[in-house]
Design a protein around this ligand. Structure first.
Ligand SMILES: Cc1ncc(COP(=O)(O)O)c(C=O)c1O
Length: 401
């Protein structure tokens, strides 16, 4: 059976879908940096040992219901509490006055959201869903998947000039290019949805505690627990939240309690550890994550600068309210551009057994390619090795073996 998903963007066997990468990758094997599978964090979580172990007995968590008093009746109280504590500790988003809606990954919430926002459309008018390129490659696919009569993908936010209602998806920091984004359309009749999957200190300086009407987060990118499939939305308008909850009810009758309890524990451990810096215990997840990302970005920059065959983004120095330091962003993806004459950067990489995602999939140019920076150490090192060889070969410095 083949598995296609918008995280991976390619059709793969189930074994390859989770990378299927062994610890020791033979040199001539394909490296999959097409998806943002956050396996980089395994080493941190191994060090934490049993701290996050959750035991669920056979008689526990049988009911569909988690908290009948909460509008989001399937949200586990422990998860709700951990989410609030973590946002408070990091200072990246306000939670007071918001309804928390939990989903099976933020992908589930991205499905619920246009339904909730377009539930009262004008007859025969689908609400337009737009985003500014380069946008997260799953947005068009998610929006048009069920060919809804309520909403439709309307593409490039820069070019949207219809006098019609619209939803604008704003990803900040952006996937694929790590840039801090704000709305592009800026017109009446628009509803903004902020996808803040990467607004965590390991990827970007935290410059303010955000208070947008709808904000999406995911454990996948926050702590690396993509396999638990937990995302959450902070929603200001109670009616919009209710409709999202209705969508969850009808599509899946809630969200796995086991996953919620596991992620509640993980977030609690992260929140406890993130209060102190440079502790000998090394239990500050964000501090460790940031130093891993910084190291990788430094290596990538050094490699790219040697030959000038590729260019990568630069990010401004900013004060991070969480660490108190002035730092650059170290995004989860490198958005690389091939210089001079190479039109299809994805193909160039594929020819050298590096799978990465073409700029075309992000509504952008095939001269760009997106490379995951959050895979395992061995994959990253192999990538740097092959990138150096591609560059040397192109410069005529040596053989490509
Ligand atoms: C910007 C963005 N939003 C949402 C998601 C979906 O994350 P998940 O469904 O794993 O929570 C991703 C995954 O890569 C992403 O990059």
């Amino acid at each position: 059976m083949a598995v296609t998903d918008h995280v991976h963007g390619t059709t793969q066997s189930p074994a390859a879908a989770n990378d299927g990468v062994s610890k020791d990758i033979p040199c001539d094997d394909v490296i999959n940096l097409d998806n943002g599978d956050p396996t980089m964090y395994e080493s941190f979580w191994k060090k934490m040992g049993d701290k996050c172990t959750v035991v669920i007995k056979g008689y526990e968590s049988l009911s569909y219901f988690s908290n009948p008093k909460n509008p989001c009746w399937f949200l586990e109280p422990k998860l709700e509490e951990s989410i609030k504590i973590l946002h408070g500790a990091v200072g990246n988003a306000v939670t007071d006055g918001y309804t928390i809606v939990v989903g099976t990954g933020s992908s589930h919430l991205l499905n619920a959201m246009p339904y909730a926002l377009a539930s009262n459309p004008q007859p025969n008018h689908q609400i337009n869903v737009v985003s500014a390129p380069p946008y997260y490659s799953a947005y068009p696919e998610i929006t048009d998947m069920v060919k809804s009569r309520l909403y439709k993908w309307a593409g490039n936010a820069h070019e949207f000039d219809k006098d019609e209602p619209y939803i604008e998806l704003v990803t900040s920091p952006n996937n694929p290019n790590g840039a801090i984004q704000r709305s592009m359309v800026n017109r009446d009749g628009g509803i903004l949805v902020y996808d803040l999957a990467y607004y965590w200190p390991q990827y970007t300086p935290i410059t303010s505690s955000l208070e947008f009407d709808i904000m999406l987060f995911t454990a996948s990118k926050c702590t690396g627990h993509a396999g638990s499939r937990i995302g959450w939305a902070l929603v200001k308008d109670k009616e919009v939240a209710k409709k999202m909850i209705k969508f969850m009810e009808v599509t899946t009758i809630g969200v796995s309690k086991e996953s919620q309890l596991r992620v509640a524990k993980i977030l609690q451990v992260v929140a406890d550890g993130c209060k102190h810096f440079r502790s000998p215990k090394g239990d500050n997840f964000f501090e460790t994550g940031q130093s891993m990302m910084k190291k990788r970005w430094n290596i990538l920059r050094e490699t790219v600068e040697k030959h000038q065959m590729f260019s990568i983004q630069n990010y401004p120095l900013q004060h991070c309210n969480y660490t108190g330091d002035v730092t650059q962003a170290h995004p989860a993806f490198a958005w690389m551009k091939c210089k001079e004459g190479i039109e299809d950067c994805e193909k160039l990489f594929r020819d050298h057994k590096i799978l990465a995602r073409s700029g075309k999939k992000f509504g952008s140019d095939p001269g760009f390619v997106r490379v995951s920076m959050v895979g395992r150490e061995e994959e990253f090192n192999l990538f740097i090795d092959r990138l150096s060889k591609i560059q040397s070969f192109n410069n005529g410095d040596g053989n490509l073996d």
